[in-house]
Design a protein around this ligand. Structure first.
Ligand SMILES: [Zn+2]
Ligand SMILES: [Zn+2]
Length: 388
């Protein structure tokens, strides 16, 4: 609540004094295109967190408010146009925005796609071809739901996640110090997702499946698109990019697995789409030097992160993208606030709450986002790799 008051007050003051333009200049995002990312688009947003990760959902109504406000101040462009401008240089004559969706949830097809078509807004979607058209859930959803149910049960029995993991031979740094987060399924899910390779993660998931059961009605809303849906969106003009084969967080994986996830997903997508795939989004925004190399070697030209860090040698493979959800732009009364959305798109709050990831590419920890002309200078230097 207190944080929300500060957020609303800051947005209001910055809006009145034009201060967010100053801050945008400081973060380097003043002239940068606004690349926006969403996950699920639900009919009605429910904050209880029992059947879905709240921070991955936005209601159709709230999405429309975002898009309407952005559309009045920015020109919506496709990822193809953004990529071409970034690669070959040239300023945009007006502020531009790109809308993207991660993970390929079926509700994006059902709720966002009709809205985008009605408004004529170009958009992009990053999918995991190993999961499209299957009954499998995304690993973060399955883990989150299982943890929510396990915590509810263990609370009464006095059991804890660290003890459960140790009993199953799973250890990861910080497990002993992170005990306080292990009553809330969201930070616990993030901790495991960020710390374990996928094979270990699925070992934890299988162990949790022996503890608690997931009800079919909880699983249905989390289903992913099938290939017919993806192809229909592609034919309608949406850019389809890769999000790895199975939503693997690349820095957690071996070099071999990294390559299989990066290159394998591109081959599979191109086979289904019958068109080249040039865009990639790092799952959960996780990248490091080895992940960037794998993406470059797999032949992607553009890759998107979720923070302001970027690799100066590969600016086109570390393009900043702002993730938004239902509550991203609410004021202290819980009402949509245009000044807060404006601040979000200029990365104002990221000056305070910085990305904690060590991406291992210098200068980690610094805000070094560049605008389009400087990116184009890098593009020339990288052209041999990026043109692959
Ligand atoms: Zn994702
Ligand atoms: Zn970062």
């Amino acid at each position: 609540m207190f944080r929300n008051v500060i957020k609303s007050g800051t947005a209001w003051a910055l809006e009145r004094t034009n201060g967010h333009h100053w801050i945008a200049t400081l973060t380097g995002s003043a002239k940068a295109p606004a690349v926006i990312g969403y996950h699920r688009v639900v009919e009605r947003y429910t904050p209880d967190g029992w059947n879905a990760i709240p921070a991955m959902c936005i209601s159709r109504q709230m999405l429309e408010r975002h898009l309407d406000w952005i559309g009045r101040r920015f020109r919506f462009i496709s990822l193809e146009e953004l990529g071409a401008r970034m690669q070959w240089g040239g300023r945009f004559d007006a502020p531009v925005a790109v809308v993207t969706f991660d993970d390929g949830y079926r509700d994006v097809y059902e709720n966002a796609f009709p809205l985008l078509k009605k408004k004529g807004i170009p958009a992009a979607m990053f999918v995991c071809p190993g999961l499209v058209g299957t009954r499998r859930l995304l690993p973060h959803d399955e883990l989150y739901l299982l943890l929510a149910r396990a915590f509810a049960r263990w609370k009464a029995e006095g059991r804890t996640l660290p003890r459960f993991l140790l009993n199953h031979g799973v250890w990861l740094p910080g497990l002993d110090r992170m005990a306080r987060v292990f009553s809330d399924p969201f930070p616990a899910m993030q901790f495991l997702l960020n710390g374990l390779p996928q094979s270990e993660l699925y070992r934890v998931i299988r162990a949790l499946q022996r503890e608690v059961e997931l009800e079919e009605e909880a699983l249905e809303p989390l289903r992913l698109m099938d290939w017919d849906m993806v192809l229909e969106m592609h034919r309608a003009g949406m850019t389809i990019g890769s999000h790895t084969r199975t939503h693997a967080l690349l820095p957690n994986e071996s070099r071999q697995r990294m390559e299989a996830e990066a290159a394998g997903s591109r081959v599979e997508l191109e086979r289904h789409l019958g068109a080249p795939v040039r865009h990639f989004a790092y799952p959960c925004g996780r990248f490091d030097k080895a992940a960037i190399d794998a993406i470059a070697d797999a032949g992607y030209r553009y890759a998107y992160t979720t923070c302001l860090h970027h690799d100066q040698n590969y600016p086109l493979l570390t393009i900043s993208r702002k993730l938004l959800w239902e509550n991203s732009c609410l004021d202290s009364r819980g009402v949509f606030s245009a000044p807060i959305l404006s601040c979000q798109l200029k990365w104002v709050y990221d000056l305070v709450v910085r990305c904690q990831q060590n991406h291992g590419c210098p200068p980690a920890g610094a805000m070094v986002y560049r605008d389009i002309p400087s990116l184009s200078a890098f593009a020339g230097r990288d052209s041999t790799r990026l043109a692959a």
